[in-house]
Write a protein that binds this ligand. Sequence first.
Ligand SMILES: Cc1cc2nc3c(=O)[nH]c(=O)nc-3n(C[C@H](O)[C@H](O)[C@H](O)COP(=O)(O)OP(=O)(O)OC[C@H]3O[C@@H](n4cnc5c(N)ncnc54)[C@H](O)[C@@H]3O)c2cc1C
Ligand code: FES
Length: 289
Amino acid sequence: MSMRLAAAELVDSREILPGQWLQSYHAPDLANGARAGQFVHVRPGDYSGLVLRRPFSLNTADPISGIVTIHFRVIGRGTEWFTRLRPGDTIDLLGPLGRPFEIDARSRHLLLIAGGLGIAGLRLLADEALRDGRQVTLLFGAASSREVYPSNLLPDEVEYVVATDDGSLGHAGRVTDLVPEYEAWADQAFACGPLPMLAALARLAEGRRGRLGVARLGRKRGGGRTDPPGSPAARRKAFLQVSMEQNMGCAVGACLGCVVMGVTGVPQRVCREGPVFASDELAWDGAWS
Ligand SMILES: Cc1cc2nc3c(=O)[nH]c(=O)nc-3n(C[C@H](O)[C@H](O)[C@H](O)COP(=O)(O)OP(=O)(O)OC[C@H]3O[C@@H](n4cnc5c(N)ncnc54)[C@H](O)[C@@H]3O)c2cc1C
Ligand code: FES
């Protein structure tokens, strides 16, 4: 689906966790055809005094009801402004932007790994995967139980496993501790969250083939052929895909405000080449991290 500007009417707005909001907008053009991993660039209203748009992941998109949701944390003036909107108010959404997650047609078991707000970048992928009859396990990490994503906002079919840094709920420790238990089960993994979490997952993914042995995987991805970086095929064949969140300016590829370093030394724009990358397309030890 091509990018478009949509006037979106707020239909519901609620605080689901301290300082974290879930807002539903009626935007049928956007809901129809948007894919998991893509994002919208949202313009605060004329009276906000704010000029720049703010990027948010498409948290859910339902083509039948025409409703899209965003899930965000209040961290500055823009996000604070959005919380004051009331049902019936309209804003404009530019999207869908960016490249989506790619699920291999043969993948049955999907491992989703979210750190905190990173759940907003993965939530729609759970819907897409379940719709196609796949199994989904979501590993979710937060500082404490107060920040754990409510399970009633997830489809029942998702296996939901929680880790908290302070041990107040679920596994005591990092969400990345849980990954080795699932790496043989998973056909593909998808992650969104803080950069150190993504870097740790990229390292785990790199060693996975060696730990499991390719024979145990039952199939070889890629068959020796190399796909161009940034292509859907490169993402589909990677074990791990990550969604990056860089500060953004234009969100349409013009300002270079959002670049991360690619593994070949070529800078990659998160808004155009991303925000979803195969983990082996990025230089995790690069200067940007
Ligand atoms: C592709 C993409 C998807 C995103 N999806 C979501 C989402 O689903 N939910 C969500 O809550 N946020 C998301 N973000 C981040 C969100 O865009 C920012 O939190 C928001 O723009 C902040 O606006 P503000 O006016 O409230 O804060 P500002 O006043 O603009 O900033 C407040 C503080 O936060 C810092 N900051 C702002 N944006 C970022 C950022 N992207 N990364 C790190 N620090 C930042 C600023 O430097 C400043 O210190 C996403 C960002 C990108 C690039
Ligand atoms: S935000 Fe301008 S190039 Fe990506």
